[in-house]
Ligand binder design. Sequence first.
Ligand SMILES: [Zn+2]
Length: 299
Amino acid sequence: MIRRAFLVVCLALLTVSLRAQSPASTGWSANIAEVRQVATLIPGRKPLRINVLKFAESHRTKNFSVKGEAATPSVQARTVFQVVYPDGTVMVDAGMDVAMHKQIGRGAEGEPYFPQQAQEVDKALRAARAIIFTHEHGDHVTGVIRTPYLAELAPKTILTWAQVTTLETRPQFPDLKITEEEAQRYHIIDYDRYMAFAPGWTLIKAAGHTPGSQMMFITLESGREYLLIGDTAWHMDSVRKNVGKDAPWITEDTAAVNAQLTWLNGLYNSEKNLVIVASHDDDEHKELIAKKLLGGKLE
Ligand SMILES: [Zn+2]
């Protein structure tokens, strides 16, 4: 009898420990109820609006962004986002200079780069209270790695430990590489699954597209919710169809990205107050600007 009770307790403990491990051992997962709860942890007024600005374009046919799509022309917008609080702004991603534009994608083949918009990005970065990143690729981080304003921007630039590790050890391009000493100029954070970042704002760890990828759940003062998903999907059709990229030049953790797309697809179909925003989906940004769900310029 005692033996049997002991066995039951052991089995119960085993179940608990397996459950505790399951997100890590069976792949990526997230829970929107938990994400929402974490977004309430930091007191203060929530953001008023979110702006997007396109500073360059990449022209790739749709089949690269969404596997199985026809090879029809498609514009990938290179963008930054500005989250506007009543008392300051936070930038999500920092853009890149024209030299990185020429290195990345097909910039060298004459893909458009908009110098005036790039200047507006620099202005907004300098005016921001903080700068944070969806991931550590060149089109998102170069604006704080190689910038004449480094001394000014670095102390308010928040990189995750995973992002810094990639930049130190295996950056997308050799000239994005930073030393451990250079990394110390930035503000480096680490967290497990979710982190309360600011009023209304939860960071969601989402290694997949890159080791340092994270999504950002943001609730506005109006109650409208946003999920900035970075490059988890290049086009929202990836989320709508639950189909990933087909781009041989990228090295993703496909299983993790697929789990993320499945989660996003479920949210897309059930959460009507949630606006899911992909960093590079030019079609989507135009539509959201027209509906006034995103602002079309930085302020
Ligand atoms: Zn990107």
